[in-house]
Design a protein around this ligand. Structure first.
Ligand code: XUL
Length: 505
């Protein structure tokens, strides 16, 4: 029976999952951290050092090197790779790679970049460009109605505009602007790869309803942009075969390559959310809350986004930047291990006896906060237990508050991402949302989603429900039930008022 490989190039590392479609089993899993395995690039948490917290870039060559390391691991895995039918991938969304040349040669891939670094989703330095693009198309509401989102700093369109304004010559020398997903897919096929609607909808450039580039947004962004952008193809498209270079280098077969997508659209599949009414929360470098939408319903207050879903439908999503790194900050500030962090969280009670915080350790995406700064209420900075609970409660309340626009009556939440292994955090999630929470056996549902997308693209006649059945399902015994929602009924309005006050200065 065929094997399918899913890769996930995230902010901090690269993960691979190989799925045996017949047995519905994961037969190989491996992860690497960019900082640890490729220290020569000098990244910290996967990003290059920057004196300005609003500028966040990473290295596309590091992502390419990581792909090589991971394909080597797969080649050495002992799996019968002649069965490897198709490969797909997932990547952190919004990041852009500026390519001036790409060609496959016998000796390897010839790649030249017109910009050595890639701005990524954590960058918040393009407020001026956001305003210019919104103004250019007739306002943020018009932009959101067409592309699914108002202008956001990290979205690729505003980033491209900033590059064009600050480095017009390098912009002119760019022949193709890739997303991280289509860049890595290009390396696999040895030619420029297309993007899928899931990742293209994170650019402020695609018309959601037609799945094509929206010319007014292109015109408002940068000149000659249409000729620099990849084609957009349905998510389940086979875009080529593994380039001979990789076959020779690692002894891999000529597997079919399916279009790559963004990590959130891939996680939608990897958590089995192929029907409407269910919600997943991913606790990763970014925290995200998302669910499938049959028809695009744009967030009226401009908070969230509508992206394309791999099923050809849509997904609603709200994104928070202060996710894992904020949890790590509190853990490290108080010298805790994760085990102790959980224990301390379990020992405090819902509502935290009135102690709370606005957890903006880094600039925040939702709500938009450009200048970071944690605000504490009735909370001493040295109070370990108080800070741990205040952070997790704040993250969960912000998620509840800013996902209401999706209009889902949340009864069950599927939890994924690294921190979803922490049941004390999931208890706070269940209590704040007054919903049951279920965990997944696979930590990286984006990589699993990519493998399942490869399966769907290869075996097109299988419906999505059958693709995810028995594999992208939560572990039944993992259920966390809400135990104490009462205190949050009032606290959420207090939290919302504090957010409003802080934002209005
Ligand atoms: C989505 C977003 C993040 C990145 C992180 O809009 O900005 O979730 O995709 O990988």
């Amino acid at each position: 029976m065929p094997l399918y490989l899913g890769l996930d190039s995230s902010t901090q590392g690269l993960t691979a999952i190989v799925l045996d479609a017949g047995e519905r089993q994961i037969v190989f899993q491996s992860s690497l951290s960019f900082d640890e395995v490729l220290p020569k690039y000098g990244t910290r948490h996967g990003v290059l050092p920057s004196a300005d917290p609003s500028i966040v870039v990473s290295s596309p060559l590091m992502w390419a090197d990581a792909l090589d390391v991971m394909l080597g691991r797969i080649a050495a895995s002992g799996l019968d790779l002649s069965r490897l039918a198709a490969i797909s991938g997932s990547a952190q969304q919004h990041g852009s790679v500026y390519v001036s040349g790409l060609a496959a040669r016998d000796s390897g891939l010839d790649l030249s970049l017109s910009r050595p670094v890639s701005p990524i989703w954590m960058d918040s330095s393009t407020s001026a460009e956001c305003s210019e693009i919104a103004r250019g198309v007739g306002g943020d509401e018009v932009l959101a109605a067409h592309t699914g989102s108002r202008a956001f700093e990290r979205f690729t369109g505003p980033q491209i505009r900033k590059f064009f304004k600050t480095s017009p010559d390098h912009y002119a020398a760019t022949s193709r602007i890739h997303l991280v997903s289509s860049f890595l897919a290009s390396l696999l096929i040895g030619a420029h790869a297309p993007v899928d609607p899931g990742d293209a909808s994170g650019m402020n450039l695609m018309d959601l309803k037609t799945g094509t580039w929206w010319q007014p947004a292109l015109d408002a962004t940068a000149p000659d942009l249409a000729e620099k952008l990849p084609a957009i193809v349905p998510s389940s498209t086979i875009i080529g075969t593994l380039a001979e270079y990789w076959q020779r280098r690692h002894g891999l077969p000529p597997s079919r390559i399916a279009a790559w997508s963004g990590d959130n659209p891939c996680s939608l599949v990897g958590t089995g959310l192929v029907r409407e009414g269910l919600i997943a929360i991913s606790l990763g470098t970014s925290d995200t809350i998302f669910g499938l939408m049959r028809e695009p319903r744009v967030s009226p207050d401009g908070t969230g986004h509508v992206f394309g879903a791999p099923t050809g439908e849509f997904m609603g999503i709200t994104v928070f930047r202060n996710g894992s790194l904020a949890r790590e900050r509190v853990r490290d500030e108080h010298g805790l291990t994760w085990e102790r962090f959980s224990r301390v969280l379990g020992m405090t009670s819902p509502g935290n006896s009135g102690r709370s915080m606005l957890p903006w350790f880094e600039p925040e995406i939702t709500p938009r906060v450009s200048t970071p700064g944690v605000r504490r209420f009735h909370l001493d900075a040295g109070d370990i237990a108080g800070n741990v609970r205040a952070l997790v409660e704040a993250q969960m309340m912000a998620m509840k508050l800013h996902s209401e626009w999706m209009g889902v009556d949340v009864k069950t939440i599927y939890a994924t991402g690294g921190a979803s292994a922490n049941r004390a955090i999931l208890q706070v999630m269940a209590d704040v949302f007054d919903a049951e929470v279920q965990q997944f056996a696979v930590g990286n549902t984006a990589a699993l989603g990519a493998a399942l997308r490869a399966f769907h693209a290869d075996a097109k006649t299988i419906g999505w429900n059958d693709v995810v059945r028995g594999i992208a399902e939560p572990v039944a015994s993992s259920l966390v039930r809400p135990a104490n929602h009462e205190p949050y009924k009032d606290l959420i309005s207090i939290y919302a008022a504090r957010e409003r006050d802080a934002l209005s200065g």
